[in-house]
Design a protein around this ligand. Sequence first.
Ligand SMILES: O=C(CO)[C@@H](O)[C@H](O)COP(=O)(O)O
Ligand SMILES: [Fe+2]
Length: 229
Amino acid sequence: MMSGLCHCKIGPSILNADLSCLASESQKMLDNGADYLHLDVMDGHFVPNLTFGAPLVQCLRKHIPHAFFDLHMMVAQPEKWVKDMAEAGADQYTFHLEATSDPESLIKQIREAGMKVGIGIKPNTPVEDVLPFVDKVDMVLIMTVEPGFGGQKFMSNMMPKVKCLREKYPRLDIEVDGGVGLSTIEEVAKAGANMIVSGSAIVKSSDPKSVIDQLRAAVNKWAIKESPP
Ligand SMILES: O=C(CO)[C@@H](O)[C@H](O)COP(=O)(O)O
Ligand SMILES: [Fe+2]
């Protein structure tokens, strides 16, 4: 198995950065080759940790006008924050399937607010649960740690979920998040993920550009190439 007919994109998670300098830390990631920013929103209910909400996203947007913001919404009521996040400048709203009883109308609500739609599943949620919604979303996120904290150990046993999705959907954007770095990227790339969230491995490195370049090279090595006409 290998990544599909879609581009590799590297999205640093800034959770483990110096959050007192969020704008400059984010800009540093972009200057070092990041394709997008993965912003982890936690509400202390869906996950046992608390981060930030729309006011911070709005401030960051003023400093970073052009980058793609992927909002990873680890919140118990994802319906509640769609409008605020859209107005704050989010480009993609990635909600957790486990957090909603009506994914279809949430997807519609996100689209109507003008954002792209991501749908994520936690480690204990089977990939089959997300299949009915894949055609309606822009991206599927397979969590490779229990959501809540950066710096956790990558769960290899999530790779069959990625493989299953890639086999069925060669063009789907498949994101992985949690414990992804230089020692785990090969597995992730082989399984077929093309959107790579990486927090501590990039943010804590003295050479983030080199880490981003190496992550990208591993994904591209396994990418399916479009055959010439
Ligand atoms: O959503 C989450 C954690 O819940 C992630 O985005 C992590 O913040 C990624 O950090 P590392 O595991 O790569 O350090
Ligand atoms: Fe995340």
